[in-house]
Design a protein around this ligand. Structure first.
Ligand SMILES: O=C(O)CCC(=O)C(=O)O
Ligand SMILES: [Fe+2]
Length: 218
């Protein structure tokens, strides 16, 4: 994987992680074989350990779910072990995900594979806003600054306007996010974004993104 030459630092990228034919087979499975939650907006299916949107960690009450056959060839092999948690999400046109930082306490490495239609992901830090075009079939890894010190999100909107002015309608998109449980504690010390730093400093912070995600997912 290659690092994108942009701020935030630490976004690693691989185009064509799967080919177009493989992508079509996957989308066919997503559309016809999987049992999705029956509600509008972004919906998720979890494999491995289940992600808990209340604590942003692993849900201890839900048993481990084996990776299905279609998922096995999509598991990144660049870490020393398979991820503990994999989440398949479907974004109907117009859906998004509020700006957030994936929990530092629970997770270390973070990868995301994009399938179907492209969409713009926005990274934010303070006043800075950086749009990254998530191209289908690309695998992205967030490390360092991009993982720890910037938020990322996808705006809820029907069209994305590209840098050249093109207006691109949103279409069906799926993403697969892969998470590895952290061994040891996060030492980044970022009181705004790090749940470890917040806990150590006794900050009981109402995180907007947590509430929004919980509301969307319940
Ligand atoms: O849909 C994506 O590409 C990323 C989703 C995301 O940020 C997350 O699930 O934490
Ligand atoms: Fe995320």
């Amino acid at each position: 994987m290659e690092e994108l030459p942009i701020e935030p630092k630490g976004i690693f990228w691989q185009d064509d992680f799967v080919n177009a034919e493989h992508e079509q087979r996957l989308i066919e499975i997503f559309r016809t074989e999987l049992k999705w939650p029956d509600r509008p907006g972004r919906i998720s299916l979890h494999y491995g350990y289940t992600f808990d949107y209340k604590t942003f960690g692993i849900d201890p009450d839900i048993p481990y779910k084996e990776f299905p056959e279609w998922l096995q060839p999509l598991i990144p092999t660049t870490e020393s072990r398979p991820p503990e948690q994999v989440c398949l999400q479907y974004y109907p046109p117009g859906a998004g995900i509020p700006p957030h930082t994936d929990a530092h306490m629970a997770y270390d490495q973070l990868y995301a594979l994009s399938l179907g239609a492209p969409t713009i992901m926005q990274f934010r830090k303070g006043e800075n806003r950086v749009d990254v075009d998530l191209k289908p079939r690309s695998m992205m890894q967030m490390t360092g600054d991009s993982r720890l010190h910037w938020t990322h999100g996808i705006k809820k909107r029907k069209n994305d306007t590209l840098v050249d002015g093109t207006v691109r309608p949103r279409e069906d998109r799926w993403s697969i996010t892969y998470r590895w449980v952290r061994e040891g504690e996060c030492e980044c010390g970022n009181l705004d974004l790090c749940d470890v730093a917040q806990r150590r400093n006794g900050v009981e912070k109402e995180k907007r993104s947590v509430k929004e995600l919980a509301a969307k997912d319940s």
